[in-house]
Design a protein around this ligand. Sequence first.
Ligand SMILES: Cc1cc2nc3c(=O)[nH]c(=O)nc-3n(C[C@H](O)[C@H](O)[C@H](O)COP(=O)(O)OP(=O)(O)OC[C@H]3O[C@@H](n4cnc5c(N)ncnc54)[C@H](O)[C@@H]3O)c2cc1C
Length: 387
Amino acid sequence: MTAALAWLEPLRCSIPEIDGKAWDDLEVISDVLARRVSTAPPSGDPARAQWLLDLRRDLACDDRQDPPAPGGLVRQALAQFCAGTYDLDLRDVTGAGHGAMILADAAATVRDTWRTRLSRGDLVGIAATERHGGSRIQEITTQARSDSDGRWHISGEKCWVSRIVESAGFVVFFRDPDDRITAAVIDAAAHGLARETLKPSGLGGWSWGVLRLHDVSIDPATDLLGPAGGGMGVFRRHFARFRPLVTATALGTAAGVHTFVAEALAARRKVGVLPRVRDNALITLGRTHAQIVAALLAAITTIRLAASDHPHADLFARVGKAAGVDTAHRAVTDLAPLLGAYGFQQSSPVAKARADLTGMLYADGVHDSLYRSGGTTLLRAPYGLPT
Ligand SMILES: Cc1cc2nc3c(=O)[nH]c(=O)nc-3n(C[C@H](O)[C@H](O)[C@H](O)COP(=O)(O)OP(=O)(O)OC[C@H]3O[C@@H](n4cnc5c(N)ncnc54)[C@H](O)[C@@H]3O)c2cc1C
């Protein structure tokens, strides 16, 4: 049994969505990942992103449902947890990812085209953040102007965009000619798109950088996601589903580190390098295990709320992403010293997991901002204090 399944097996009674067949599917995916990961180019090797894309293409199958059934989203979260136990770079090897926005909100013909592309493993990036700050998406300045033929021409700059080279298309957030925030899908080969890559200090599996738009032409009749002016709705609905998936992946990475550390300590004790495992190590192993499991179950609950369009799904997704990724990050920070300097080598999966999880504190929402907006929601009915 893989490490991922060893973590998930005791949770099966709490997650009815992983019935017999779904569990068998998870076993298959976990085994495939175990086999493929052993042939991965190392982190930092330029061939790694192509290897990830190839893995995504090979795994692409009929799991991209529109809209995903409640059970489908839970299974997606668990597949991402499995992937995360190997490496956070594997966060996009299954599922529609940001392409889910197209499946949920595009016009029928565009949706069908992208459903085919996604089922072939194409990757979709999201371009929302601008220089003034990603936590203030309402203030974006990327602007569309309309021409006499009714087409729109978009200009502006998006920064910190992940999957900048590998994406086959981008969901771009901009202001429509009436100044309302709107979303559209733009093919990565579109005329007027320029990309600049930057070097991140973690999460280096996929490329990362700046996307510039110079008069990029779109047809508002076909290329918009949702109605003109409906960009914030697209963003919120998507992240209510996407954030718990991200959280489950990050927790998978923490679980993978936990297993690695526990096995290393057990092996050291077995061969006599350690006469006994000290209490501080035992306490850390016990505490982080409980924290990872609790946060994973919370992420699964959030997924269920999102899948059923529950009114609090967005709140749970915001604070849950921040709390779940914080849990994963702290667990790895606490577990890493138990390996000593051995785990500090750049080649160590534990050192890589730490750096990657640091990136997750920003990606898909910086945490103080997510907690803060959660607090604002909690002051309103029905969560507010009785007056
Ligand atoms: C690895 C990685 C991948 C990413 N991938 C993508 C991607 O694919 N697509 C994309 O669009 N973006 C992406 N991002 C950007 C990410 O969404 C943003 O980093 C995040 O939304 C926070 O925005 P920011 O970094 O601009 O920080 P800011 O919004 O500038 O926030 C920085 C700090 O300032 C605080 N702050 C905000 N307003 C105020 C104020 N008025 N007073 C005082 N403090 C304030 C915030 O709370 C926060 O603590 C990625 C980022 C990373 C690190």
